[in-house]
Write a protein that binds this ligand. Structure first.
Ligand SMILES: C[S@@+](CC[C@H](N)C(=O)[O-])C[C@H]1O[C@@H](n2cnc3c(N)ncnc32)[C@H](O)[C@@H]1O
Length: 239
């Protein structure tokens, strides 16, 4: 298990101003949390074929545009199940003159062949997907064996806040578009089909949507996964 490290700001890149998200939840996310530095982290030094999972209104577009300027051979794909957000993301990509293949789809059943992507990016998605463990399996399936999964997610807190998140989540997910406050996404990534390469807990987010974590993980073979899952009864726990 990698140690959790302090944040390292990356101020080298100067993206154009991120789009104003069209969906209220996306807008709230952008306004409440300054995610720019962390989006740069997700989009740094990309190479090959990339998937933005649950692209929303296209919040990653400016950062992916910067990545393409550095590496013009990048091939960009995104899925987004919500048609309004998908429309917004397409508009954002057009505005930024970004060539990205955006389509409808769900993380739990990705419309891609095995071993397609060099990097899969997820920002604030695993709080919302219906079946996060199946989604992780799907990410594992479509990422190349030497590929990488990069994530920026809010997760269940420890201590009293975690307990409050458990209690509040049934109501919260109704008013916040299916968002679960208490997903243990970081634990599930580590216990499931990936090995964490790095993970940081971020001083980001306001109660009850905190903490955020960001990190990178690489796929492990299913033989390894099976033995790790049987050692960890908590893996199947869903809230
Ligand atoms: C909080 S928004 C984050 C959007 C974007 N990734 C960002 O960083 O701003 C969560 C997104 O996940 C999408 N989503 C919900 N369920 C999903 C699923 N099963 N598979 C993929 N995306 C999903 C939502 O439609 C929404 O656009």
């Amino acid at each position: 298990m990698p140690s959790r490290t302090a944040e390292k700001p990356d101020t080298d890149r100067a993206e154009s101003k991120p789009p104003t998200p069209g969906h209220p939840i996306d807008a709230a996310l952008s306004e409440r949390f300054d995610l720019a530095e962390h989006r740069r982290y997700l989009a740094r030094e990309l190479d090959g074929v990339i998937l933005d999972l649950g692209a929303g209104g296209g919040a990653m577009v400016p950062y992916l545009q910067t990545a393409v300027q550095r590496e013009p051979a990048l091939r960009l794909h995104a899925i987004e199940p919500d048609p309004n957000r998908r429309r917004q993301a397409k508009q954002t990509a057009t505005t930024h003159n970004l060539d990205i293949h955006l389509q409808s789809g769900r993380a739990e059943s990705l419309p891609y062949a095995d071993d397609t992507f060099d990097v899969v990016i997820a920002s604030a998605v695993f709080c919302t997907v219906q079946d996060p463990l199946l989604a992780l399996e799907e990410v594992h399936r479509v990422v190349k064996p030497n590929g990488e999964f990069r994530f920026l997610e809010h997760v269940r807190s420890d201590g009293l806040r975690g307990y409050v998140q458990d209690v509040v989540t049934p109501l919260w997910k109704r008013i916040d578009n299916g968002c679960h406050l208490n997903r243990r996404t970081d634990d599930w990534i580590a216990a499931g089909p990936f090995a964490l390469d790095e993970i940081e807990t971020l001083r980001l987010g306001v109660s009850p949507s905190r903490p955020f974590v960001r990190g990178t993980a690489t796929p492990v073979s299913h033989t390894e996964t099976d033995s790790r899952i049987s050692d960890d009864d908590g893996f199947q726990e869903l809230h």
